[in-house]
Design a binder for this molecule. Structure first.
Ligand SMILES: Cc1cc2nc3c(=O)[nH]c(=O)nc-3n(C[C@H](O)[C@H](O)[C@H](O)COP(=O)(O)OP(=O)(O)OC[C@H]3O[C@@H](n4cnc5c(N)ncnc54)[C@H](O)[C@@H]3O)c2cc1C
Length: 245
């Protein structure tokens, strides 16, 4: 067998760096870190598209902006690439990059509404925002489906049933907080760093890690049409009910 000692040393060095990075990060984060070889890893690396089969070094389940800062700074200190995952619904699986540290935001999913503005954590689903808004008779501009992350959806545009009256999801984005590549936190809105706010509006994400966004909600007025979806388990009852009409 062909042996290249220099190459082997290089591989060992990279593995060593990654292990050290995971070890350092575990000591700094409030949330959990799962790495290759541990029992949670296989499940944690999955995304919505089952055909995506990426093997990151580790996945950091962040619980706060401070956790995100720790993950970014640790990755930087160990020369580790990063990818950011909100709810993992990108069809190409770009949120989980092989040989990288995945910054997972799914535990940061709170939604708070003041007046007609929702402050939405970076890992919230569209469904969570819709439900919180609906409880106040307000509507959130999202997609047709509640499962994608609202941040991932908004930063790529976000087309849905309200497009005719309120445009894309990005049109309701008024501000955000990001953790930048150097680990600093930055707030953006119409007055502070407006160019970065513009970049978030459809620029495809990854201009930093969005820890929260502010989105304008809209009063729910007259509804003229729409879809009613039932769970598969209720199919028999629903079809029987329709047959009786
Ligand atoms: C079943 C299904 C239904 C869909 N329906 C619609 C629809 O009706 N309308 C529509 O417009 N789109 C729709 N989409 C597309 C979906 O909105 C995009 O794929 C969106 O990017 C998914 O967001 P996510 O957070 O779930 O994905 P992720 O895979 O987690 O993220 C997508 C991208 O955004 C980046 N990103 C995510 N969160 C952050 C963050 N907080 N900070 C920085 N970067 C981040 C990721 O790194 C990745 O590159 C649908 C997708 C699926 C799978």
């Amino acid at each position: 067998m062909y042996h290249n000692r220099e190459f082997e040393n290089m591989v060992q060095n990279v593995i060593g760096q990654s292990e050290q990075a995971v070890h350092d990060l575990e000591g700094q984060m409030q949330g959990r870190v799962t790495a290759r070889g541990d029992e949670y890893y296989e499940n944690a690396r999955k995304v919505w598209n089952g055909a995506v089969d990426h093997y990151p070094v580790a996945i950091a389940f962040c619980e706060s902006a401070e956790d995100v800062q720790a993950a970014v700074r640790t990755a930087r200190a160990h020369n580790l690439p990063v990818s950011v995952r909100s709810r993992g619904h990108d069809a190409a699986g770009r949120s989980v990059r092989s040989d990288a540290l995945v910054i997972d935001l799914s535990l940061m999913d709170h939604v708070q509404i003041d007046d007609q503005v929702a402050t939405v954590a970076g890992g919230a689903t569209a469904a969570k925002v819709i439900a919180a808004a609906a409880a106040r008779n307000l509507m959130a501009v999202t997609g047709w489906n509640g499962v994608p992350g609202i941040t991932g959806l908004t930063t790529v545009g976000g087309y849905g049933p309200l497009i005719a009256s309120h445009g894309l999801a990005l049109d309701s984005l008024t501000g955000a907080e990001l953790v930048l590549a150097d680990g600093q936190r930055l707030t953006v809105d119409r007055d502070k760093n407006p160019d970065l706010l513009l970049a978030l509006k459809g620029g495809g994400g990854n201009f930093g890690v969005v820890t929260w966004m502010k989105v304008r909600l809209h009063p729910a007025r007259q509804v003229l049409g729409g879809m009613i979806l039932f769970p598969w388990g209720e199919a028999e009852t629903v079809l029987a009910g329709m047959a009786r009409q």
